[in-house]
Design a protein around this ligand. Structure first.
Ligand SMILES: *Cc1c(COP(=O)(O)O)cnc(C)c1O
Length: 394
């Protein structure tokens, strides 16, 4: 019989206190850091009146993003959800399609699918990566797919299965090579929801380079923030041109006439937000370094504990460690919640993973595969304070 010890909330509190400075409580889960040129660039916007839809910072931000991630083009937009919506639309997702998305994700991933009039179809996670499990997906697709005119359909619903969204959970890259193989085999478009993975690499290539298009988020809790913001990444010049065009009201170039050639969107990122973004990108390498130092410190602090483990990047990846993660050995919601309440009570903000998408009222009737790994992770994940600042002096 196993005499394995359960996780002990007080031991976990002590391990966190070893790493974190208790003087500075409450310690948020993830706070932004403005230690560079933020004031200068934002002041420049105010001084020159270029705060809105015109100005140099948007172009500069897009160029710097493309340079950092190694993609051909980046298009800055109002937020990550809008970015993902446009990625799906530009990849050809349309009304009546199904799109494969992880059940374990933030709600925006599924919402963006619905904005296209498509239906999210939930897939299971891999315990080793926290992202889509490509093997399990392949086995599932082999079972449920019916080919119509050379394209895969869900035989239960008759709807075409158009695309897969790979979301790099807490910054840890999905195992993309086998997933790309599944995409080739089933003629699916790959879109990356890279909202959490700016600064994360799969086999030395930055995330966002693998899908047809990818989305980033610069919300206040992400590794780099523009207040609110997002971006579309793509290596396809023509798709980048279309992304820019439809996110800026589809206006044709003309000195004064307002001519628009399709129903476009007002999704452009304002110059003042891009100014913040430029200043933030200058510090990204520093943030990444601090976050890795913090993750290493956590790894050491939690190594001796039983019943719980610090989640480490998959072997093929270099992760940004956006949100540090503890995984309980056993799925035990009561234990998870008592750890979360004990740490929060002491000013160290922690939280569980998202409620699985298939449990949310608006998605309950959407198709899904067996979700046993995602259900298991839902009970076992605890996110712990992860701001770059916390790793700065380590
Ligand atoms: C943050 C996030 C988004 C999009 O966020 P916005 O708040 O719209 O910028 C999308 N997907 C995931 C997984 C996220 O974490």
């Amino acid at each position: 019989m196993s005499t394995e010890k359960n996780a002990d909330p007080l031991e976990i509190v002590a391990a966190l206190e070893k790493v974190l400075d208790r003087e500075k409580t409450p310690i948020p889960l993830h706070e932004p850091r403005f230690a560079g040129n933020e004031w200068n660039y934002v002041r420049d916007c105010l001084d020159t009146n270029f705060v809105s839809s015109v100005g140099k910072y948007v172009d500069e931000f897009e160029e710097k993003l493309a340079e950092f991630t190694g993609v051909r083009r980046a298009v800055a937009v109002v937020n990550g959800t809008a970015a993902l919506y446009l990625c799906l639309k530009l990849a050809g997702v349309t009304s009546g399609d199904e799109v494969l998305v992880p059940a374990l994700t933030f709600v925006a991933t599924s919402n963006a699918v619905c904005y296209c009039g498509a239906v999210p179809h939930f897939v299971d996670s891999d315990l080793a990566t926290l992202g889509i499990d490509p093997k399990k997906l392949e086995t599932y697709l082999a079972k449920i797919t019916e080919w119509k005119d050379g394209f895969p359909c869900n035989q239960a619903t008759g709807r075409p299965i158009r695309a897969v969204v790979a979301m790099h959970t807490f910054g840890h890259p999905v195992d993309l090579d086998p997933l790309l193989e599944v995409c080739r085999k089933y003629r699916l478009e790959l879109i990356e929801d890279a909202a959490e993975s700016l600064g994360s690499y799969y086999k030395n290539i930055h995330t966002g380079n693998f899908g047809k298009l990818a989305s980033l988020s610069f919300n206040g809790n992400k590794i780099v923030t523009t207040g609110g913001g997002g971006a579309i990444l793509t290596n396809d010049e023509e798709l980048a041109r279309q992304a820019k065009h439809i996110s800026t009201t589809a206006r044709m170039t003309h000195q004064w006439d307002f001519i628009h050639d399709c129903v476009g969107y007002n999704f452009r990122m304002p110059n003042i937000n891009a100014a913040l973004g430029c200043a933030q990108l200058e510090q990204l390498n520093g943030f990444l370094k601090s976050k890795r130092a913090l993750a290493e410190k956590y790894r050491q602090a939690f190594a001796p504990l039983s019943g719980i483990a610090f989640f480490r990047e998959p072997s093929y990846a270099k992760s940004n460690y956006w949100l540090n993660t503890l995984i309980l050995d056993k799925g035990d919601t009561e234990m998870r919640d008592s750890i979360i309440s004990e740490t929060n009570r002491r000013g160290m903000l922690t939280r569980p993973a998202w409620v699985l998408m298939n449990r949310l009222p608006m998605f309950q009737s959407c198709p899904h595969m067996d979700l046993s790994a995602a259900e298991d992770l839902e009970q076992r994940i605890i996110n712990i304070p992860s701001s770059a600042r916390l790793g700065e002096e380590l």
